[in-house]
Each structure stands twice: as C-alpha cells, then as structure tokens.
Design a protein around this ligand. Sequence first.
Ligand code: MD6
Ligand code: FE
Length: 206
Amino acid sequence: MSSGFRLFPGYLDPAAQQALAAEIAALLREAPLYQARMPKTGKPLSVLMSNAGPLGWYSDAQGGYRYVTSHPETGRPWPAIPASLRQAWGDLAGDYRAEPECCLINLYRGQARMGLHQDRDEADFTAPVVSLSLGDTGLFRLGGATRQAATRSFRLASGDAMVLAGADRLAFHGIDRIQPGSSRLLDGIFEGGGRLNLTLRRVTKP
Ligand code: MD6
Ligand code: FE
C-alpha cells in the first residue's frame, strides 16, 4: 500500500532558504501580496497570497476559486517561477515529468490560518503538489479523502518540503496555526516575519 504523502524535513539548507526567501521577496515587489476572498460570502482569507508562473490561484466573491493569467490588482502577468523552484519540482515530483504551471505563495502572519481543504481546482490530479516552507513553523493537519476522516498533525519548519501525490493528492489538509517568532529567516525580508509556504502545481493536463 503506497501513500502519496511524503515529508522531507530540512530539504533546503539554511543558505538555500535565505536565497529562496530573497528571491520571493523580489518577486513580490513585481506581484504584490493580495487578500483573496471566499466564494459567495466575500470573507477575506487570513493568509496573504501571490503567485508565480503562467497561472495563479485566485478567489473572490463573484468568481470563486480559480486560476487566472494575470495579477488581480496590477493586471500584469505573474512573474516566472524561479529556477530553484523548478529544480525542486524536478527533484520531488517523482515520475511526473510535465512542468509546474503555478507557484502559489502564501504568507502567514500572526493569527493567519488555513482551514481544512482539498486542492481540487486543477485539471490534472495525476500531478503531485509540491510544498516548501520558509520562516516560522506551521502546524499542518493532514486528513483523508473526506472531511470526516481522521487527521494527523505535524510541524512544517523552515526548509521542509512536502509532497501530496497519488492516493493523498486529494486529501483534506490545512494549517491550524503558525508559531510566531519560531524562525528568524524572514526578519528583515518581510516586515514582522511570518511563514511563507510555496506550493508548486500543474494546473492543466499536459
Ligand atoms: C500551507 N499548504 O502549508 C498550506 N496544499 O501553508 C497547502 O495548502 C498545501 O502544503 C497542497 C499540497 C501541499 C500543501
Ligand atoms: Fe492546499
């Protein structure tokens, strides 16, 4: 029985974490963080977001969850996915060979959290989702195929990589909370520090 969930603690060493955080900070000057909103209710998500790649994940009251080709506020195309992240995808995506089309950038500060959800706005569930975490530690919850399934919790620390693939590609998951001040990595890069999570996805069928 193979589970499609894989965790790689310390996947990025401290120097690689520093370099990637600086690259993301530069990218966010081109594509500023925005506050996505829940479908229908328009309630803002507590996590700030932006994207790199040909497609970016976005949500607002009217359009709901979707991928869009340009930044909702600047109207510009999303910046390219940094080479170091494309390399991580090549390394972690296993047998899946097509290129990633989206790097969703999530920034958690203070009380920000992400409720239990499935990643199902993509057309190709045979592609894994590859996640990298930088900065403060997050308490991640991983469940099963239904919202009611049992969950387990573990910490995602700076430099950790995680893959949801195969049988776990559609597993429910979320971030219960972050541990503010648990990492110094983002100090001086993002005012107030916080936790960055980068998820690489294939959106369309190759
Ligand atoms: C986070 N991650 O770690 C939120 N989704 O901040 C996700 O929602 C996620 O880490 C799909 C695959 C991996 C993930
Ligand atoms: Fe997710």
